[in-house]
Ligand binder design. Structure first.
Ligand code: HEC
Length: 209
């Protein structure tokens, strides 16, 4: 009986040692391969093969491509001639109705307010009177005469392609959304031009007596 135990323990130890393997990269027998080896779905890792076959998989869309449902593409180029010509482009959207105005205000706050300020005064948190992290003063969109007198087309051009330190918004906002924001800024400008007296009156009315 003793012999039997010695032999069986010895055999177990032998089996244990033999099952070890020097090849560390091999996990031995894999019974759930999906967990040991994740399936590589590297869609964008290499499209050279596809392009050799003439399939332009991740290539840029053809110039002038319009997203489904978007308006016709803006055709002026991002150069000084395009900037100069942009003043003749007219906002293709009708004036904003109440619902669109709220949406335009939202888009403005999401995309522009961080620099140009929630009040359009050019003093958003990124600038903060020069104390913020942004290196250049954003324009005051409400009262800066340059912007007040700027054609809507030029504003659109700058928002589409960016202007000096301001980035381009063509990839974040659709053509329609950009024109909506331009309408919004112009309406805000008009509202303070139209009602400076009313603003002064209400400021006076608010003063404690
Ligand atoms: C990261 C900060 C930043 C953001 C965000 C930003 N701007 Fe600007 N913007 C600037 C600065 C800085 C200038 C002044 C650029 C210059 O003339 O040097 C400017 C200038 C402008 C001008 C004047 C352009 C011109 O032709 O002189 C307009 C109009 C304008 N911004 C509108 C917008 C709108 C609309 C948005 C949102 C879609 C926006 N900006 C988002 C920083 C910003």
């Amino acid at each position: 009986m003793k012999k039997f135990w010695i032999i069986s323990i010895g055999a177990t130890m032998m089996a244990g040692m033999l099952s070890c393997n020097k090849v560390r990269r091999s996990p031995g027998r894999v019974y759930m391969p999906d967990m040991a080896y994740s399936r590589a779905l590297e869609t964008y890792s290499s499209t050279e093969g596809l392009q050799k076959e003439g399939v332009n998989y991740t290539a840029m869309p053809v110039t002038g491509t319009i997203a489904r449902g978007d308006m016709a593409a803006y055709e002026l180029k991002n150069d000084s001639a395009g900037y100069a010509a942009s003043k003749n482009i007219i906002n293709p959207l009708p004036p904003l109705d109440a619902k669109k105005f709220i949406e335009a205000a939202r888009l403005y706050l999401v995309n522009c307010g961080i620099c140009h300020g929630t009040k359009l005064d050019g003093n958003g948190p990124l600038w903060n009177g020069g104390k913020g992290p942004f290196p250049a003063a954003p324009r005051n969109l409400l009262t800066d005469p340059v912007v007040v007198n700027m054609a809507e087309g030029t504003m659109f051009h700058s928002v589409t392609y960016g202007r000096n330190t301001m980035g381009a918004y063509a990839s974040q906002l659709s053509t329609e959304q950009r024109w909506m924001i331009i309408h919004y800024i112009k309406e805000k400008q008009a509202s303070i031009v139209a009602a400076p007296a009313a603003v002064a009156d209400s400021a006076a009315a608010k003063k404690p007596k």
